[in-house]
Design a protein around this ligand. Structure first.
Ligand code: GTP
Ligand code: MG
Length: 260
């Protein structure tokens, strides 16, 4: 895990804000043991992940009880997560109820972009933290209150490493890789591809200009995860998006309405 990069910071350093609003910040004081003695580092890491898994299981039950399809979008910075969400919301908003939790270290920029589409959105700023965790999602849901039967899109902090370790209680992780990143990324960062259900290969409109072998990328990702599904898309031109929307509709249909 990533204790050295500051992601074990206290919960008080995380803020929750809505675009345009006064932006009240909730400061929760937790009793977590944040000792950083070297000899205890491994134990602390395990405890953090176990605590996260417990909260994630609770989130999962909460989502299931309300028939909410929660999806965790993970990728390197700049692969096109927000662009894809803007386009998806615009195209599907009459068909699906979509809400968004945005995760970034700083700024409301992505939440502002989502708010412009009309979808309810909450920005989580993680400060020095490099991933969202299940506790943040629980607190974000308390404020955002995603409606029963909705699709909750969680855009994680741009980082191809740490978000793979943190279950948020989502139904599936979607890893997005853009063709400008290099087709060897699944070989170098296999954990994320192993954790994902769907891989979106984005920015296919740029394929004529970059050295990126889509088949090789998919083969590399399959080595980490033989069951991984793929869709090739361009969030800006719209190429391939109907396949992505069909995948989303299938997942939505497979999610109960919470009444069983
Ligand atoms: N050519 C092309 N550019 C794209 C595509 N999708 C996104 N972009 C561009 O890529 C840049 C980053 O897009 P964002 O949507 O902000 O990426 P992101 O993954 O949300 O970035 P972070 O939240 O910072 O991790 C922007 O300049 C987008 O316009 C695409 O399909 N084709
Ligand atoms: Mg973004």
């Amino acid at each position: 895990m990533c204790d050295t990069c500051g992601c074990s910071q206290p919960a008080e350093a995380v803020t929750f804000r809505r675009p345009g609003g006064a932006g009240h910040e909730h400061h929760h004081h937790h009793d977590h043991d944040h000792e950083h003695q070297h000899s205890r580092e491994l134990q602390v890491e395990q405890d953090v992940l176990q605590q996260n898994d417990l909260l994630a299981a609770r989130n999962r039950g909460w989502f299931e009880g309300r028939g909410i399809l929660a999806l965790n979008l993970v990728s390197s910075p700049g692969s096109g997560k927000t662009t894809l969400l803007e386009r998806t919301i615009t195209d599907l908003k009459t068909e699906l109820s979509l809400t968004v939790i945005e995760g970034d270290q700083q700024t409301l920029r992505d939440a502002d972009r989502i708010a412009a589409t009309g979808a309810p959105v909450l920005q989580v700023n993680t400060g020095k933290g490099c991933h969202l965790d299940a506790g943040m999602i629980r607190r974000a849901c308390e404020q955002l209150a995603p409606p029963a039967g909705s699709v909750l899109m969680i855009e994680n902090v741009g980082n191809l490493v740490c978000p793979a370790l943190f279950d948020l209680g989502e139904a599936a992780k979607i890893v997005i890789i853009s063709v400008t990143e290099g087709d060897d990324k699944p070989l170098k960062y296999p954990t994320m591809f192993a954790a994902a259900k769907l891989c979106l290969i984005n920015k296919t409109d740029l394929l004529p200009y970059v050295d990126f072998d889509v088949d090789a990328c998919e083969d590399a990702a399959r080595r980490a995860n033989p069951r991984l599904e793929f869709r090739r898309v361009s969030a800006t031109t719209g190429e391939g998006l109907t396949d992505w929307y069909d995948w989303l509709r299938e997942q939505r249909a497979a999610t109960g309405d919470g009444r069983q």
